[in-house]
Design a protein around this ligand. Structure first.
Ligand code: FAD
Ligand code: EPU
Length: 362
């Protein structure tokens, strides 16, 4: 009732996938985004710090949060069919999803608190294409535009028409179009103006069909192993699920936040020099002429894969993944991340940047 619940001195241990034992001075579980202005007007909220949290799958708490954590738990999908013959609007009873579509594509507005992977599977079930390579990424729909989630040769930005948000500075609802969001590799406007926007919904445009992206290493091989020679989007999704589960540690089994470092994007000359010196360094040329190089490869070559300092570790399955073997604290995990950054800089002269949002340390 009331659209939100307030909890004082709340544990965040089950609200971050690294399973760090942090607490929030105040936690607001938000089920109705229209109540945000009322909530943000409470003196205890208005005068303190704010942190929006989805599933906590891309954050590292290095401290308790001395302010209000806004946990986005809103639900609903709205679909419009973009018809040459008119717009068809449908509301799905189960989740309140509304679809607007024309038979060839649909505009789908999704509440920030919906689970990303549930949404991807729902779109595939409805016969929409596009999100198949992005299956099984943890987190909420509202967080997807923040770092422009990406995997297996696709980024979510390609399908985002606009983002609806509460602008804390302007104190009003804003609709940010695709260009304004300034999407780039693991980057967007939201990362450059931290704390300004609370994403309340994301509007996607998804086609009924489009050429499949199967060129990322391993997809075609997995499709062949599955015996599929004419793949549909759900085949690609199945191949990606297989690859992801075989490579990445499961946060339900061992605490982690996926890749802890971004793959550095270097000038072509520097990347070429590194590749000459280090045969085997995986590298991906970018459309702007620069070159993305594999942070995992460098971390492994610098000797960090599988290391453990107390309960803080680097996964022995994937060198980009910082793991919590049990009781690691945020500062312990952050200290190990600093060692990795230092070791890679010493060996390769390359500065790694954390991918997750590190809260309290900077
Ligand atoms: P949170 O971790 O809760 O928040 C992340 C950031 O977004 C924080 O700064 C938070 O303040 C902000 N934020 C969250 N919701 C909102 C909102 N509604 N409004 C404003 N700001 C908000 N990422 C990829 O890109 N590709 C991958 O392949 C991938 N694989 C992963 C695998 C594993 C096992 C794990 C644990 C993580 C992986 N990630 C991957 C990272 C993570 O899944 C994504 O970053 C995801 O979008 C985070 O969603 P979340 O709801 O958990 O966000
Ligand atoms: N590699 C190693 N050692 C390892 C793991 C990988 O050397 O332990 C090298 C191999 O050469 C491999 C290459 O790294 O071929 C690439 O590995 P992978 O396909 O796993 O991709 P990644 O670059 O490590 C990125 C994303 C992932 C995303 C995958 C698949 C970043 C920071 N990470 O990882 O995203 O799922 O590609 O597209 O861009 C995340 O952001 O949390 C995340 C998991």
């Amino acid at each position: 009732m009331g659209g939100y619940t307030l909890i004082e001195n709340a544990s965040l241990a089950n609200r971050n996938t690294l399973r760090v034992a942090a607490r929030a001075k105040l936690l607001a579980e938000i089920r109705d985004a229209s109540k945000l202005p009322e909530l943000l007007d409470f003196p205890a909220v208005r005068n303190g710090r704010l942190l929006v949290l989805g599933e906590g799958s891309n954050v590292l708490f290095t401290n308790d949060f001395d302010g209000t954590v806004l946990a986005m738990e809103t639900r609903g999908v709205h679909v419009e069919t973009l018809a040459t013959s008119g717009v068809h609007v449908e509301t799905l009873a189960t989740s309140g999803v509304q679809v607007e579509s024309d038979g060839d594509s649909a505009r789908i507005a999704v509440a920030a608190g919906e689970r990303w992977d549930d949404f991807v599977r729902w779109t595939l079930g409805q016969g929409y294409a596009g999100l198949e390579n992005l299956i099984l990424i943890p987190g909420t729909v509202g967080a997807a535009p923040i770092q422009n989630i990406g995997a297996y040769g696709c980024e979510v930005a390609e399908f985002i028409e606009s983002v609806e948000a509460w602008d804390i500075r302007e104190r009003r609802v804003v609709t940010l179009d695709h260009a304004t969001c300034a999407f780039a590799y693991r980057d967007s406007l939201f990362k450059h103006e931290p704390g300004r926007y609370i994403v309340t919904a994301v509007r996607f445009v998804l086609p009924r069909s489009r050429p499949l992206r199967t060129d990322y290493a391993g997809i075609n091989e997995q499709l062949a192993r599955m015996g599929v020679d004419k793949p549909a989007p759900f085949h690609v999704a199945e191949a990606v699920v297989h690859l992801r589960t075989s490579k990445l540690p499961d946060p339900m089994v061992i605490g982690n936040a996926g890749s802890f470092f971004k793959n550095p994007i270097l000038d072509a000359a520097l990347a070429d020099a590194l590749k000459r010196e280090h045969a085997g360094l995986a590298a991906w040329p970018q459309p702007d002429g620069r070159c993305k190089v594999s942070a995992a490869w460098m971390i492994e070559a610098a000797g960090f894969k599988g290391v453990r300092e107390g309960d803080a570790g680097i996964s022995n399955r994937h060198a980009l993944v910082l793991v919590n073997h049990g009781e690691a604290t945020g500062p312990q995990l952050w200290a190990l991340a600093q060692q990795v950054i230092h070791g890679v800089r010493e060996k390769f002269g390359v500065a790694l940047e954390p991918e997750p949002v590190v809260i309290g340390a900077l």
